[in-house]
Ligand binder design. Structure first.
Ligand SMILES: C[S@@+](CC[C@H](N)C(=O)[O-])C[C@H]1O[C@@H](n2cnc3c(N)ncnc32)[C@H](O)[C@@H]1O
Length: 210
């Protein structure tokens, strides 16, 4: 697959996974998983009819058969037949809304890529009962993307990990990018002592990774 982000998400999928790609849009990822036989089964869903129609056309074009569902999150999906959810390319609040109805009896693994507020995502997903076990950070088209694998392993993140993920030397340029961003925000923030204090705290935490 051409897109590094989608390829990296696919890298977290394993042979025995029964995957639902929620918010599949054009279904590029689901089609890739199916064609490359990356997992046991794959279904795809989206809340928007137009997206599903594109998905259907793409499946026909690629000559693959993937069950497609019109659904707000997990609403119309049978979780009993699944063990892995992929939710990517959305904001944290949407991802958390979708996860409100996750059935932990069946769903063993979550592969999540949020476009914003990663500390909130890590913290809330941990509260639901899934732990961040692996995270990959990639740079594509001028953006960093953080892709996390969450499982039911009992591993609690510390406060630095909640903010910045599990430390990996290979992510140095990402930490540096975050540090410079934060420094710029602090410098240009007028007044607001308590807001500044929080940002200084975030910078102090981040220094542990630099
Ligand atoms: C930016 S696209 C991302 C597509 C793909 N997952 C990716 O990572 O490239 C977001 C998709 O999520 C869908 N979406 C947003 N909220 C949703 C929800 N509550 N349930 C299902 N799909 C949703 C949108 O319709 C849209 O197609």
């Amino acid at each position: 697959m051409k897109q590094l982000r989608l390829n990296t998400i696919a890298g977290f999928v394993e042979k025995l996974d029964r995957v639902a790609d929620i918010g599949c849009d054009h279904a590029y990822l689901a089609i890739f998983l199916k064609k490359e036989k990356k997992c046991t089964s794959v279904i795809a869903s989206d809340i928007h009819k137009n997206a599903l129609e594109m998905a259907k056309k793409n499946c026909q074009k690629e000559n693959v058969s993937i069950p497609l569902f019109l659904s707000d999150g997990l609403e119309n999906l049978d979780q009993e037949k699944l063990n892995t959810l992929i939710i990517s390319g959305m904001g944290t609040n949407t991802i958390l809304h979708i996860l409100e109805s996750v059935n932990k009896k069946y769903i063993q693994k979550l592969i999540l890529q949020s476009n914003n507020d990663l500390p909130k995502l890590r913290k809330k997903v941990q509260k639901i009962g899934y732990s961040l076990t692996e995270e990959k950070i990639i740079y594509e088209n001028g953006h960093y993307y953080v892709i996390g694998k969450y499982t039911k392993e009992k591993r609690k993140l510390n406060c630095v990990e909640i903010e910045y993920g599990i430390y990996h030397e290979e992510n140095h340029s990402y930490y540096l990018y975050l540090f410079n961003e934060l420094k710029g925000i602090v410098k240009n923030l007028p007044g607001h002592f308590s807001k500044k204090l929080r940002l200084y705290w975030k910078l102090w935490l981040l220094k542990r990774y630099l």
